[in-house]
Ligand binder design. Structure first.
Ligand code: UGY
Ligand code: MN
Length: 262
């Protein structure tokens, strides 16, 4: 059920959901519970707000379907804000108002603080994309810069030495100008984390494919493609991939390169 698969209205059985919301700690937002929001600037789009400060996140995430002719001429991001977009499927023109890049499936763009992103879907098909925005945390003597890329151009690494778990780092990992990174983790069926992580950083993860079980604060919950997971600071986390053939993979953000302060 839900707007993402156009199954709304009367249903035969009981209302039920896999959603879990523990504000500030973690949340699982299954795809069938997402609702279509209005976000100023996004025209001809079906957009759903995922994590936000209201959930306890230091960032906001969105999943957006840009219908043919969709655009954003108001701009996404801007003063004090850094932005990121990952195209899951379709084609999207991303620009700063002058220079533009056409992103296709697996394509992404990071714009540093104060640079607005503008969008246009000039194709005749729907484009689905995952978006992120966050207040940039500056560090004296260092600056982030614009990054345009595609997952297919990056050689993934075996995550912590495991053959069946691959990691793509979408942004530079050796530049302190970046206060966050975006990654893709992909687990073949049967693959898993090597341990249950507990760490300072937050994540917002959108599941691109597969099925599995995710450990959130030591509860194992089933997850699948199209679900969204928010993991707040220190929340215990790990997953096992299940299913047949298709890896469990997700694109996710992680704050980085800053002193937590006292
Ligand atoms: O980068 C990470 O912390 C990642 N391994 N976390 C996660 O997948 N939940
Ligand atoms: Mn983690």
């Amino acid at each position: 059920m839900g707007y993402k698969n156009n199954k709304t209205g009367y249903r035969d059985g009981l209302l039920e959901s896999r959603a879990i919301v523990k504000k500030g700690d973690y949340a699982l937002l299954p795809h069938d519970g997402l609702v279509n929001n209005v976000v100023p600037g996004f025209e001809n789009c079906r957009i759903s707000i995922l994590a936000s400060p209201r959930l306890g996140a230091s960032f906001s995430d969105f999943i957006c379907e840009f219908l043919p002719g969709a655009k954003n001429t108001l701009g996404f991001g801007g003063e004090g804000i850094e932005t990121f977009i990952y195209v899951i499927e379709g084609e999207l023109i991303v620009s700063d108002g002058k220079d533009s890049d056409t992103l296709t499936s697996g394509g992404y763009a990071y714009y540093p603080v104060n640079e607005k992103m503008y969008f246009e879907n000039a194709s005749d098909q729907m484009t689905e994309a995952f978006l992120y925005q966050r207040q940039y945390d500056p560090l004296e003597g260092h600056q982030a810069h614009r990054v345009i890329g595609n997952r297919s151009e990056i050689e993934p690494i075996h995550y912590e030495g495991m053959e069946d778990v691959l990691l793509w780092d979408l942004l530079p990992t050796d530049d302190l100008g970046f206060d966050m990174n975006m990654h893709i983790l992909s687990f073949e069926p049967g693959g898993s984390h090597g341990y249950i992580e507990t760490h300072y950083q937050e994540h917002g993860a959108y599941l691109l494919s597969g099925t599995g079980v995710y450990n959130l604060d030591n509860q194992w919950v089933p997850v699948e493609k199209g679900d969204y997971i928010f993991m707040g600071p220190y929340v215990p986390q790990a997953c096992y991939a299940s299913g047949r053939g298709e890896p469990l993979s997700y694109v996710y953000s992680k704050d980085a390169n800053r002193n937590p302060g006292v």
